[in-house]
Write a protein that binds this ligand. Sequence first.
Ligand code: IVH
Length: 676
Amino acid sequence: MEITLENYEKLKQEINYHNYQYHVNDAPLISDAEFDHLLIELREMEAVHPEWVSPDSPTMRAGSVTSEKFAKVPHPAPVLSLANAFNKNDVRAWFDRQIKTDPQLETCAFMLEPKIDGLTIVLRYENGILVQGVTRGDGIIGEDVTANVRTIKSIPLRIPVNKTEISVPRVLVVRGEVFMFNSDFEKLNEELIAKGEKTWLNPRNTAAGSLRQQNSDITAKRPLSIYIYQILYHEGGTVPPTQHDRLEYLRELGFPVSNESRYYNNFGAMLEGLDRWTEVRETIDFDIDGVVIKIDDLPRAEALGFVGKDPRGQIALKFPAREVTTILENIGVNVGRTGVLTPFAMFEPVVCGGVTVSKATLHNFDFIRDRDIRIGDRVLIKRAGDVIPYVIGPITEARKGDEKAFTAPETCPVCGHKTERLEGEVAVYCVNASCPAQLIRNVEHYASRGAMDITGLGIKVVEQIVNADLVRDVSDLYTLSREALLSLEGFADKKADNLLDAIKTSKKQPLNRLLNALGIRGVGEAMAELLANRFGSVDSIANAEKETLESIEGIGPNIAQAIVDWFDQDSNKTIVERLKHFGLDPRIEIQSRDSQKDLPLYGLNIVATGTLQAYSREGIKALIKENGGKSADSVSKKTDYVVVGDNPGSKAEKAAKLGIPILSEAQLIELINKNQ
Ligand code: IVH
């Protein structure tokens, strides 16, 4: 494009328009690459003619201006706040008061808008060009954060963005709320985690911190958004007199305006409309802390005046806060049924999400360390919907210096046994199978279908027998007497006899089931089967070295260690001995190497290549293995045969070079049949 002022202006407008389509309308018309290309072209023009550059140039968005302090700027009209209502009765009372002043309001219309949990920003446009962005400050004087505001892509640098036929007052000052979409916030934190940097507490704090950055380059990297909801001031020209039409007008000018706002033509309908917001709050991608109720007729609303800084014509119906701060008094540790130790916070009771809470989860010990949560800290708690309350993190600014750091306990808080943490795992475990906290879970697992399959021994009964101290470990099941069972609630003769029968029958369960039933970490049904087939008895597994276990395909170092640790423990040794004493010592004949020797492809290294007819690549590998052979992926001197299909490629060539016999699929099958 030829470098003329006319072309420069055109290009600038074009880029601003595409920016609007992307960031406000969510409907980009060109690709990112095309967009970047236009920007490059504009930069080239500006390099030649720096005198052309104006505040509405898209190149001004990536500012890197740094200044020591933000300049103080008076607002052209007071930036007011809102009085709060907490329920529908408050809303009714508010409206009754207004009707007393102006009885004609009885039939007025309303707007309901999301009360966005962000920060107020005031934008000043002169002759359609963004000239200033100012924080709320005390409502009379704010701080000039123009360079930062320009980096927010959804803020138009010039209005109207698209529809040139709309006239704009010579001076137009609008007000909106800067915030961060939850999804953008989560992405930002994920990126920080990946870089090993400290994460942000919540979208609001992040937005606030970003807007008050001295270096707008940093602001530019934060995914900030904005919704405009008020015309604060205008000079020259007219603006629509109702809130509904003003929002529409702002939208037409190219401002981002929330789609969640609704119009109601009378008070009753509006009151009903309030119910919709419980669900809206759950589903929208940004935090709202209430609904703003606005009398639609603005001159009428303004005529009501204000109380302090709150206009009478509008009110906020506040939701119960989901995030609150309180003092972390202590950190407790729960032992779950799987032996996992979970830390939880104990704090000064606070109302959060509408209920009083004094405890919240802290997830795991790494979380406490990574967030640097200390006892005595002021912490931010969150409770949303049905979610159990959790600690987000400490307010480090509130530290006094006497807060105490916390580390994961080295012994189980329930049984005192040494805790363990496996490499690469977050969880800290108590590995003592007799730890009372784990006992119920262990017995339940022992009796479960995939394990010893003891009918009638579900979680309820397990709880009964454990709580009655009839069972202190799984071997005690075999000592249960009829009398003892009959003493339990809900047990009559038949139920007791059936259970005793089922327990007795379980003595005949095979080795793999018993191994699974013992509840060794990492040893589930499949692993138990593998161990049973390789070792043949509980004793030989108990005596196996870690290295021996690890050498078995399918057993990694963590599981090998868990097995060794389990059998090393005295309480577990006693369980195994007692089980044997009660007749539980199943054995099976182990698959010997000799039996492998009898297989038709025993000792042969076979490589398959090319497209086969009857078998897939995995299928042929399985066939080779099933018949005792070893299937490799590359041809070497050690290869005995290469099975070649269609379009074989380099492996067949290499085989020919090394003089390795080549087989067709059919010949392989023949070889198997012949050797059988
Ligand atoms: S109207 C006179 N509308 O809530 C106008 N405020 O607690 C008063 N807010 O400081 C504001 N969303 O920062 C209005 N749709 C909305 C809003 C909204 C969020 C904030 C605003 C204000 C605070 C009042």
